[in-house]
Design a binder for this molecule. Structure first.
Ligand code: GLY
Length: 389
């Protein structure tokens, strides 16, 4: 029994990053009394704080990951309405920038790889415009003359994740949602295979009919979930830089997708340059080598970067599952729902995740789009392996 008297919420969301915020806002807005629990003193201080905010399913997704690409396209298509609805619900801006994306190649190998990607995407009905260096540099004069090839994805835009998160937190609370920061969830609580709520590290117990796990890379630290009901999530470190042009906007106006990084303009002279991919557990040091590699590769393509002011260095932890795709929907306990493991795509996938989780919470079918992301796919694989062995 809880040792203090608390109301019973329809939904408790564990984790106040972009996914938890989007799910909580959607649930509260659609009439479910929702409690959002964030362990930090403010929301969105971890992966969301580090994220650049590329909304680039066409230029970023691997064509081999067709189901993830379809999910990304569905979420990107929702973004304009999602931010418009959000901006009706709060006076804060959502931070959406219609800028388009250029995928760029520096040498022949990269250009051949880009061409293969273009052909594969065209077969899927996704148009990427092939630009010779002169045309690419006419559109983006900040690009280096050494550029070999560029592909334009005019509908791949960007959003400022920190701005979006602040807007979501405000809209959630204006809708009547309860946000508790500094609230570290230790355990899910359950009785007879039915979720009853959560227990905080300070032993406070909170009651909820449904619990949504949106704890990002910290998902494995959540107790109270039987092993067979778990989604395996691991942290994947990304170092990322924030830069500012004292001369104002204009050096680059589109997102640049390079191999292996990206440069995302904010439209006001600020840029985000990312990101490394490192398996280093929960370590988040910014290293000289990481910063050097990001700047070396980016200045080769955009020499003007060397004139920018370096404002911030940060490392975040992406939540990766064994197949690097998210777990979305109902879990193995009654009342347990997963919105975890979004890996490189959390910002992009926030609107579609919010819609799918609302369906999950209200007992609606999630549909074909969500089928490949069922949370039980990891346990099913383990069973198959055991049978095969
Ligand atoms: N979405 C880009 C990254 O995770 O670095």
């Amino acid at each position: 029994m809880p040792h203090r008297s608390h109301p019973t919420f329809d939904v408790a969301v564990v984790g106040g990053g972009i996914i938890g915020l989007a799910v909580a806002w959607r649930a509260q807005q659609r009439g479910l009394s929702t409690l959002l629990l964030e362990r930090d003193a403010q929301v969105a201080q971890r992966a969301t704080h580090a994220a650049a905010g590329m909304l680039a399913p066409v230029s970023e997704a691997h064509v081999a990951e067709r189901e993830l690409l379809a999910l990304g396209l569905a979420s990107a298509a929702r973004y304009p309405d999602f931010v418009a609805e959000l901006e009706q619900a709060t006076p804060l801006p959502a931070g959406f920038l219609r800028c388009g994306t250029l995928a760029v190649a520096r040498d022949r190998d990269e250009a051949e790889a880009l061409d293969r990607e273009r052909v594969a995407r065209a077969e899927m009905g996704l148009a990427l415009e092939r630009l010779l260096p002169s045309e690419a540099r006419r559109r983006e004069p900040g690009l280096a003359p050494t550029l070999r090839l560029a592909l334009e994805a005019p509908d791949d835009h960007a959003v400022d994740p920190r701005t979006l998160a602040a807007a979501l937190a405000d809209a959630f609370q204006r809708a009547g949602g309860v946000l508790r920061t500094g609230a570290a969830v230790a355990n899910l609580t359950s009785s007879a295979d039915k979720v009853t709520g959560v227990e905080l590290e300070d032993r406070d117990q909170l009651l909820a009919e449904h619990v949504v796990v949106a704890a990002g890379a910290w998902t494995p630290r959540l107790g109270g979930i039987p092993d067979a009901a778990r989604v395996p999530v691991r942290p994947v470190k990304g170092q990322i830089l924030r830069l500012r042009d004292p001369a104002g906007p204009g050096l680059i106006t589109r997102v640049l997708r390079m191999d292996p990084g990206y440069l995302v303009p904010r439209g006001d002279g600020r840029y985000v340059l990312g990101a490394t991919m490192e398996d280093r557990g929960f370590e988040t040091d910014v290293t000289a080598g990481g910063v050097f590699e990001l700047l070396r590769d980016a200045t080769e393509l955009v020499p003007g970067i060397s004139e920018l002011v370096l404002e911030e260095l940060e490392a975040g932890l992406r939540p990766g599952t064994p197949d690097n795709a998210p777990a979305l929907g109902r879990g193995a306990l009654d009342g347990l729902h997963w919105a975890a493991g979004h890996f490189r795509n959390g910002i992009l996938l926030a609107p579609v995740t919010a819609d799918l989780l609302l369906a999950s919470l209200t007992g609606e079918p999630l549909g074909e789009l969500a089928a490949p992301f069922a949370p039980d796919r990891f346990t099913e694989t383990d069973t198959t392996k055991e049978i095969a062995a």
